[in-house]
Design a protein around this ligand. Sequence first.
Ligand SMILES: [Cu+2]
Length: 168
Amino acid sequence: MSRLFFRSSTFATLAAASFLSFTAHAADVTVSDAYARAMPTAGLNSAAFMMLHNNSDESIELIGAQSDVAKHVELHTHTHVDGVMQMRKVDGITLPAKGMAMLKPGDNHVMLIDLNAPLAEGDQIELTLKWSDNTQQTLSVPVKFAMPGNMPKEMKHEHSMKKEAHVH
Ligand SMILES: [Cu+2]
């Protein structure tokens, strides 16, 4: 139930010199219930999930993510193709004005591809979110065992997808 609150002004203070103009509310996003799925083996894939609330009057788009724990980090969604759930990369995940986006198993997620080390429950990983207004936020995200109820489907899905979907 950790609740992480970020305002774009925090980042603006750090990087004020980099930005000539700054939209005060564009990255006014609340991140809550973030977690990454535990994965016992390096070289496999994991994913991070969270709730994103946009508190501003403008829409904003999550356009990427980055983390040192994996070789590649991508934004993904799930689609049904001929009755089979498949993951695919997306360019962005939009949060409407005063709206939200839920990153959850079987839906939008941050894909952690080719882990550099196992992710053990209780670990904290750093995950940076990149936004369409050129701001970014670095979160400290706890590693948790897969949520009850989602685990069997997700585990099976992960195994069936990991080779063909993420070759670069
Ligand atoms: Cu994925």
